[in-house]
Ligand binder design. Structure first.
Ligand code: SF4
Length: 506
């Protein structure tokens, strides 16, 4: 085997079957191709091999659609080109509508083996047009420019003149007061120069992609692209044969992972110490000995700083793209639930308090009142990755000036239970290099989430939104609320179990 062969050896070689190739390259496939040749090739030639987006991606996709629908109202009098099964019919409908010189939604263009639909095409001076892309995020990203360069190049090759290119995205500093003001909710950014510059290279790139999909399955090495901007759907295939304790599991591995793989080093035991950070060497050592690393002095000092009663706190939140309540900005975290376990002494039987908003409407006033009643006035408030809990409490304080001082007192008592793990006071070989709660919990306790119906924060949010706003049957709603209580409660039970493990380890 070549020294770096393993990194390339995870891919089967396939040849496209006759008649299976779609006719045109869409902007989604173009973006796939920019990310990874193998991803483009597989989507093009073997689309059935690419898993559909998981449940965790669904809320993001749905939010994007909802934002797009709302943003369209900025363009009064716009006419939508209908959806057809056949792209040619959409192109014909667009050609028919263009002479009317009205704003067009979803205008369709096909040229030179590619096809795109455009969010908004606005009439400009001298029979020209402005090209507009609507995005649900709060800023312009590089991928938006690439996407627009594809559209721009396709449209001008179809014979239209484009004046300006804009991205319309959510204005993160907009704060809702009363009805949503869509003229303030969205920001329009002129990206013409960036798009035109990039579009100069687009045709050459597209030609290379068209050649690539007509050939065999490319042997693309795995790399950082597999996780950016989100985990690639083909990861289970491409990463599936990596050996146990491989270097992708290195704590904060970053570029080092791929440098090691490129020099033929695939497992942590093969990695020379001088190519690892201090913490990665500790991780390697724990794997070699199959024993946790414990810095007893540092851990004892950290535990001694805890003030009892200790409150184990965890919030569940939703962050709607469009502010649902007064005083809220786009994507603001709105807590709808917390679990709070209180221990009056190390190892003591915990007392459980919880809050779950069960009526539609702003959950924050009732949650704030319950939290202040439950969280007491002294004692450590433990959270896992406390920056999030701190942000939630600070935003609750901003929304409730009367209770703000008491809320900020709770925030001041926060201590992060992740610290002993993040600072490598302790490290367990089964953490897989991660300090997330989901990685640490099964490594150091018998607890997990497998017995629950909700097993992750994103699913909790999605389930809650369904229960509150999804118009579902009462039985289904009550089942979801009960699942949510179990999930959030497990998070704080997990913290109790981890704290007990830390006491037992020191
Ligand atoms: S997992 Fe990585 S190598 Fe495989 S298709 Fe996706 S981006 Fe490409």
């Amino acid at each position: 085997m070549r020294s770096s062969g393993l990194r390339y050896a995870f891919h089967q070689v396939h040849t496209p079957e006759e008649g299976t190739m779609p006719r045109t390259l869409t902007k989604s496939r173009y973006l796939d191709g920019l990310r990874c040749p193998k991803l483009l090739w597989t989507r093009w030639n073997r689309p059935e091999a690419v898993p559909r987006p998981g449940e965790d991606r669904r809320p993001i996709i749905e939010a994007g659609r909802a934002v797009e629908q709302l943003a369209r109202r900025i363009f009064p009098g716009a006419v939508e080109v209908p959806r057809f099964d056949n792209a040619d019919e959409a192109v014909a409908a667009t050609t028919h509508l263009l002479p009317r010189r009205v704003p067009l939604l979803e205008a369709a263009f096909s040229v030179a083996g590619r096809h795109c639909r455009v969010d908004v095409l606005l009439p400009a001076a001298d029979e020209h047009w402005d090209l507009i892309e609507i995005k649900a995020g709060g800023k312009v990203r590089e991928n938006h420019i690439r996407d627009l360069a594809f559209q721009y190049d396709t449209i001008i090759r179809a014979g239209l003149e484009i004046d300006r290119v804009h991205v319309v995205h959510l204005n993160s500093s907009y704060v809702r007061h009363g009805e949503i003001d869509i003229t303030q909710l969205f920001t329009r950014v002129d990206v013409t120069d960036r798009v035109v510059r990039l579009a100069a290279y687009t045709d050459r790139t597209i030609q290379a992609m068209q050649e690539l999909v007509a050939e065999g399955d490319p042997d693309t090495p795995i790399g950082s692209r597999c996780n950016v901007p989100h985990p690639c759907p083909l990861k289970p295939v491409c990463w599936g044969d990596l050996p146990a304790n491989n270097v992708t599991l290195l704590h904060h591995g970053g570029r080092r992972i791929w440098e090691l793989m490129d020099s033929g080093i695939f497992t942590m035991d093969q990695a020379p110490d001088d190519r690892l950070s201090k913490r990665q060497r500790i991780q390697k050592q724990t794997l070699a000995t199959d024993k946790p690393h414990v810095d007893s002095d540092a851990l004892r000092h950290w535990l001694d700083e805890l003030v009892y009663p200790v409150y184990h706190l965890d919030f569940e939140t939703m962050a709607p793209a469009m502010p649902a309540f007064d005083g809220v900005h786009p994507y603001q975290q709105i807590p709808f639930q917390y679990s709070l376990h209180i221990q009056h002494a190390p190892g003591a039987e915990p007392e459980h308090h919880e809050f779950l908003a069960t009526e539609p409407g702003d959950p924050r006033p009732a949650l704030t009142e319950a939290l202040l009643a439950d969280a007491g006035t002294e004692g450590t408030v433990l959270a896992w990755n406390m920056a999030f809990e701190k942000l939630v409490i600070e935003e609750l304080a901003e929304a409730d000036l009367v209770r703000a001082p008491r809320l900020m007192e709770v925030a001041k008592r926060l201590v992060d239970l992740i610290t002993p793990f993040n600072a490598f006071m302790v490290h367990h070989p089964d953490q897989g290099g991660s300090c997330s709660l989901k990685a640490v919990l099964p490594a150091v306790t018998d607890l997990g989430y497998d017995d629950l119906n909700i097993t992750a924060g994103a699913a909790a949010t999605h389930s809650y939104e369904r229960a509150m706003f999804g118009g579902i049957e009462p039985e289904e709603r009550s089942r979801i609320l009960s699942d949510l209580r179990a999930y959030c409660g497990r998070d704080t039970e997990a913290m109790i179990a981890i704290l007990a493990w830390l006491y037992g380890t020191v």
